[in-house]
Design a binder for this molecule. Structure first.
Ligand code: GDP
Length: 302
């Protein structure tokens, strides 16, 4: 299906290399693990996560008395899923308040695919029968408001906006009032993503968040950070920056279809302890998929 097709670049890169590795080795030795380490790091799994995985693998190989490299392959999948899930089962479900207004706040730097993701998510939720409204909170980037309006028309949901350069907090206030008046189920809020002035951006996000908190008790119900998988370890740096500034509840990793280094999903989850809730697998309306670690990891080897 979509998930598997979208991962084809990562799958062919990663699987080809692992298959080749297990075919070349007759026994499992230190060199075998070193090569595996390189493959994983090359797939953006991240240094700390790779080290953890290799240690776990070594233990498991010993415990199960595995000597055939081919058998290691399934242990790699198992351990990758374990590492992803950590101590708790991680759910990709959105925190939706049934029968009440749910506010989803999107954050992330320009170009990562934030607007596109909002459009896709609006489409997904509308298809589930929800009444959705969009708030054009990126009043800074030229064209951002119009781009969101295009998505609003495509999906068939209203967009609440003010002029370019207006106060994003005022836009949010309007949007919340409108959502209440229309008895909307979901309000999805776009925000600015200019990272040239980090301090100002974070202040702006705080202000926007405060308005939402004040107008809707318990909101925002999700703060979703959008990251571009093709930027690799740079995405990791962005995640750390946003995590310090605000309570990120989940990550949407976009453009996973455009990279052979999809291991970044594991690194983000393991090193930042934020679940990847959705992945973007293309530019179309239905190219947003809930993230499922088992499906993802087993998809890599099938
Ligand atoms: P924003 O600046 O963060 O709002 O980014 P945009 O939503 O404008 O997206 C930037 C570019 O990335 C656009 O050309 C999108 O079509 C593209 N894009 C977004 N998500 C995905 C995805 O999951 N896969 C691919 N291949 N392209 C994407």
């Amino acid at each position: 299906g979509k998930f598997k097709d979208g991962l084809s670049k990562t799958r062919s890169n990663f699987t080809t290399k692992v298959n080749d590795l297990v075919a070349r080795y007759r026994k499992i030795d230190e060199e075998f693990f070193e090569e595996l380490e390189e493959i994983l790091i090359g797939a953006d799994v991240g240094f700390d996560t790779v080290m953890e995985l290799i240690d776990e693998l070594k233990l498991e190989v010993k415990r199960r008395n595995i000597s055939d490299p081919v058998e290691v392959q399934s242990v790699i999948s198992e351990k990758l899923v374990d590492i992803y899930q950590g101590d708790a089962e991680v759910s990709s479900e959105l925190n939706i308040q049934e029968g009440e207004l749910t506010v989803l706040l999107f954050v992330g730097v320009n170009g990562v695919g934030k607007t596109t993701t909002i459009g896709k998510m609006a489409h997904m939720l509308k298809s589930e029968g929800k009444n959705v409204i969009l708030a054009a909170g990126d009043t800074f980037r030229a064209g951002a408001i119009e781009q969101l309006e295009v998505w609003g028309e495509r999906v068939g949901v209203p967009v609440i906006k003010q002029g370019a350069g207006s106060d994003p907090a005022a836009v949010m206030y309007d949007a919340v009032q409108s959502a209440k008046a229309k008895k909307a189920d979901i309000l999805i809020c776009d925000t600015a993503g200019r990272l040239q002035n980090k301090v100002n951006l974070m202040k702006e996000l705080e202000k926007v968040k405060r308005v939402i908190e004040r107008e809707v008790p318990g909101a925002p119900h999700e703060v979703l950070l959008v990251l571009d998988a093709t930027t690799g370890q740079n995405a990791m740096v962005q995640a750390k920056t946003f995590k310090e500034a605000t309570d990120v509840s989940g990550i949407v990793l976009t453009k996973l279809d455009g990279t052979a280094k999809g291991g970044i999903v594991l690194a983000i989850r393991n090193e930042l302890d934020i679940p990847v809730k959705f992945v973007g697998l293309g530019e179309q309306m239905d190219d947003l998929q809930p993230f499922d670690a088992e499906k993802y990891v087993y998809g890599l080897f099938s």
